[in-house]
Design a protein around this ligand. Sequence first.
Ligand SMILES: NC(=O)c1ccc[n+]([C@@H]2O[C@H](COP(=O)([O-])OP(=O)(O)OC[C@H]3O[C@@H](n4cnc5c(N)ncnc54)[C@H](OP(=O)(O)O)[C@@H]3O)[C@@H](O)[C@H]2O)c1
Length: 278
Amino acid sequence: MNKSHKSVLSRISAVVVTGGSSGIGNRLIKAIHKIDQNLFYCNLSRTEPQDLPPDLRWKHFPCDLAEPEQITATTRSVQAVIDENGGQGEVLLINNSGFGSYGPFPEPNLEHQLGIMEVNMKAVVHLTGLLLPLLKKRGGVVMNIASTASFQPTPYLTTYGATKAFLLNWSLALHEDLKGTGVRTLVVCPGPTATNFFKRAGFATPPTDVHLKQTSEEVAEISIKALQEGKTLVVCGWKNRLMATMGSLLPKKISAPVAAYFLRRARLEEFRRPLRGK
Ligand SMILES: NC(=O)c1ccc[n+]([C@@H]2O[C@H](COP(=O)([O-])OP(=O)(O)OC[C@H]3O[C@@H](n4cnc5c(N)ncnc54)[C@H](OP(=O)(O)O)[C@@H]3O)[C@@H](O)[C@H]2O)c1
C-alpha cells in the first residue's frame, strides 16, 4: 500500500462498518488499521470479530441487520460511542454486510429471500439515513460493498443480484444528492472473492473460473485505494471490469440467459439439500 494513502485517511477519525466479523469487512478493518492506527471502529454484526489487532480501538455492537428495530437502537448507541471515542474527524461508513443464496427462486424459502433484501438493501438505506446527519456534520464517506452481480441479471442468485443492482444505482445516485454536503459515496464491486460467502450461499463450488477469484485482502486494498482517489465506483480487478462491462453492454434479455449458462455450472444438482437459514 502506497504511503500517500495515509494523508487521505487521516481526515477520518471514526469508522462504522457492518459485517466486520468475517471476509471483506474484516479485511477492510485490518487494512485501514495498517495505514492509520488512530481511528476508532464501530462494528455491527451478529457475531463479534475474533481476530482484530490488539492495538485496534474498537467496539462491537451485536446487531441483526435484518431487524429494523435493532438497527435503530444500535445506531443510537453507535452515535454516543463515536461522540465519546471517535475523535473530531470525518466518519467513514462501510455498508459491507450481505449474503446471497444459490438456487432457483425461492429456494431455500421465501423468508430467506426476503432476508437478503432486508440486509443487502433496506439495512443499508436505514443505517445510512440514520447516520447521515452525523456524516454531514463532520464530513465523510459512505462506502457500499456491491458486486459484479450488480451489472446484469443473475439467475440462480436472482434476488441477491437484484439487491446488488439496487445498491450500485442507489450509491451513485446518492453521491449526486450529497454534492456540496461534504459527504461522498463509493460503491465497490468485487467479483468472486475467497470468503465465507459461497459456503453461506449454498454453493458447492464458486460459480466462475477459479482464476477470477480474488482474496479479501486484494479487495480491501483496491477499495482503500479507490477511497483515497475519491472514486465513486470501483470494480475490483481487470477481469471483473471486463465481465462488468460485458454485463452492462449486452441487452438484458441476452445477458440473463448468458449469466444463467455460467451460473448453472455451479453444480446445481448438489444443492438439493436444505440450505442453512443464514
Ligand atoms: N465473496 C464474494 O465473492 C463477494 C463478491 C461480491 C460481493 N460480495 C459482498 O461482500 C460483502 C461481504 O461478504 P463476504 O464475501 O465478506 O462474505 P462473508 O465472509 O460471509 O461476510 C458476510 C458478513 O455479513 C454479515 N452479515 C450477514 N448477515 C447479517 C445480518 N443479518 N446482520 C448483520 N450482519 C450480517 C456477517 O456477519 P455475522 O454473520 O456475524 O452477522 C459477515 O460479517 C457482502 O455484501 C457480499 O455480498 C462478496
